[in-house]
Design a protein around this ligand. Sequence first.
Ligand SMILES: [Mn+2]
Length: 238
Amino acid sequence: MATKIALFSDVHGNLAALNAFYASSKQLGATEYWFLGDLFGPGDGAQALWDKMQVINPTVKIRGNWDDFFLNCQANHDQIAKCEQKIAHRLTSYTKTRQAIAAWPLHLEKRVNGVYFGLSHNLPTHNYGDSLSVRADNQALAALFADNRQPCDVAIYAHIHHPTMRYVDLHACSNAKKLEKDYNYNQADERLVLNIGSVGMPFDRPACHRLENRAEFLLLTIKEDGTLTPDFKRVAYQ
Ligand SMILES: [Mn+2]
């Protein structure tokens, strides 16, 4: 049977967007959920948002940079820390929620129907920074497959709030100096890279940044033979 996984991230405190995403993904037949980080703030979703996450019950939960802001909010005094403190005060138990989030890893690997996925908020070792922005070149994106993640077929990340599908050629990175002028399809070591956009705060244009209410997520269908269909979704909400 084909597996349908809904991947979502960058909720950023937006409960209306999270509800819209969840209702839509259920209707589309998602049976599993992978969350790639950034749950609370700057939106004001607090306990009801956390309760909704327990209902969604993702089998993958990755820690984003805003999740770290939430974990460290009592030790810091900048604007983001103040914003996260307000949310912390509105939770039934900050301690319990904090403990749960602190256990989320920075990256995970999953195998589904023979396809090997590397999952992270940004880079597998860094959930912050701009090295994987829309400006990222082949070399920068290849870092998603660094070290022991070399065997991954697909890297999926979040953080930049721009839904993206592209390929990187790992052969080009390891042979940069003696690379042949023309693209050599036989030598290329191509891997798929997906970015899942943002549920609560999409940045991609031409839609107006923060003016249009839409929740973005990725519905990934993986057939038994490993055939993969990434379907980028946008759901409008009030
Ligand atoms: Mn984010």
